[in-house]
Design a binder for this molecule. Structure first.
Ligand code: 5AD
Ligand code: FES
Length: 425
């Protein structure tokens, strides 16, 4: 197991450092690196060759050789240089900001392929091609928050709200256990019904019913006392995506009453209590720039979350971001590979959102270095109401069918779905 003591030290100044980082990033506006990424229409695209050339940072460019080459040669020289950066990332698990920026903005299909190979090599001695499953139970879509991107935000009055009774949740967990799930994830909106007492009671019942399973919570921001109580009840993992490592970007995605600093405090509290912590962000969320992604890479490098959930942003029709473009498969896969190289031990899901933007998104995720899938164990009757984004997959499938389907999908790309708690190693 990872030593929490060393990690705590590493994180103590993280909020400050990331804050400074963001200010520095803003101060360098106008370099082209600040263009929103993943914007297909009318905005600078990192995959555009011209743009790539201008966005290449001086740290890795060799102007002499570039001026002596034809455009085709220049492109291939640049690919070679970026290939060297990919190798460096695999070796050293870190890059300078300019190098991260170059690797992300200069990405090509060949580089993506190389990064994915390196990611699989990094994963091999730790997890091999074993894929862990987490049975996800969406316990409530009632939420006091109003995140601008989320389909179940408080202001969306078109959602049919539900919450599962504790007995239903425990029954779903039992069913999951019978199907071979050894991690149960309880996820829900920030719903006041689930007081510490109620939630701790559910955790205790699941722990008693499935003693060989891990219990993961994903119930948003709570007090440290609450996190501690739930930990003592038997939950050992907690997923709380940080959403963005840049405070100013956080403000663009959330109403004013939601604070980035508070998120960071929650993550720190969870870690100090002893949870395995899951952070994460959306790829191609509105306003996201290359520099934001550089900050994401740095955040993962420093905080080293045991789990990291990243998936494409997908617009939901009843939110303020309804007309924003979705994040891309290509960039999500690329970042999955980078994250595997930065933090080889990370538990990295190929998310449902990735499976939503591409029918083979989750399989491609495995080939990019992911090693977790999180199928839905919620009762089918409520699934359609837990719509964070449009066109979410697996809405009508029985849990058993879903597991079988995933096992086949994973096998099709040389990976095995295993019956295992899938602890961080
Ligand atoms: N697209 C993709 N992911 C989303 N999430 C919420 N809304 C969306 C969306 N529109 C993600 C957030 C949240 C997690 C539960 O789901 O990152 O933390
Ligand atoms: Fe759910 Fe295929 S993974 S039906």
């Amino acid at each position: 197991m990872y030593s929490h003591a060393t990690k705590d030290t590493g994180f103590s100044n993280l909020a400050d450092r990331l804050g400074n980082q963001a200010v520095r990033n803003d101060a360098t506006k106008g370099t082209g690196a600040h263009e929103p990424v993943d914007r297909p229409k009318g905005r600078a695209l990192p995959s555009d060759a011209t743009n790539r050339a201008t966005a290449s940072p001086t740290a890795i460019s060799n102007h002499t050789s570039r001026s002596n080459t034809t455009p085709g040669e220049a492109a291939s020289t640049s690919t070679t240089r970026l290939g060297a950066l990919a190798e460096k990332l695999a070796r050293e698990h870190t890059l300078a900001d300019d190098e991260y920026r170059a690797l992300i903005s200069g990405r090509t299909p060949e580089l993506a392929k190389r990064l994915a190979e390196l990611a699989r090599v990094a994963r091999e001695p730790i997890y091999g091609t074993r894929v862990f499953t987490r049975g996800l139970i969406e316990i409530s879509n009632i939420c006091k928050n109003d995140c601008l991107y989320c389909g179940i935000r408080r202001s969306n009055h078109n959602v049919k709200r539900y919450r599962l009774e504790p007995e239903t949740i425990v029954a779903c967990a039992r069913e999951g256990h019978e199907l071979g799930f050894r991690t149960i994830v309880l996820q829900g909106g920030e719903d006041g019904f689930y007081t510490d007492e109620v939630l701790a009671g559910i955790v205790e019942q699941i722990a008693a019913a499935c003693p060989d399973s891990a219990i993961t919570l994903s119930m948003g921001e709570r007090s440290r006392t609450s996190y501690k109580r739930l930990f003592d009840a038997g939950a050992t993992r907690y997923l709380l995506r940080h959403e963005t490592a840049t405070p100013q970007h956080y403000e663009q995605l959330h109403p004013a009453n939601m604070r980035w600093e508070r998120r960071m405090q929650c993550l720190r509290d969870l870690r100090e209590i002893g949870y395995q912590v899951g952070a994460g962000f959306m790829v191609g969320s509105p306003y996201q720039t290359i520099d934001h992604l550089v900050a994401e890479m740095r955040f993962i490098e420093r905080f080293k979350p045991e789990m990291c959930g990243i998936g494409p942003f997908i617009p939901h029709h009843d939110t303020p971001f309804a007309h924003e473009p979705a994040g891309t498969l290509e960039l999500t896969l690329y970042l999955l590979s980078m994250i595997r190289l930065i933090h080889p031990h990370v538990l990295l899901p190929a998310t449902t959102a990735l499976g939503t933007i591409d029918p083979r998104g989750r399989e491609k995720g495995m080939l990019a270095g992911a090693n977790v899938v999180m199928p839905n164990l919620s009762p089918i009757a409520v699934r359609k109401n837990y719509e964070l984004y449009d066109n979410k997959i697996c809405m009508g499938e029985e849990s058993a069918i879903c597991r079988g389907c995933l096992a086949r999908r994973m096998a099709s790309v040389g990976h095995e779905l295993v019956v295992d708690r899938g602890d961080f190693r």
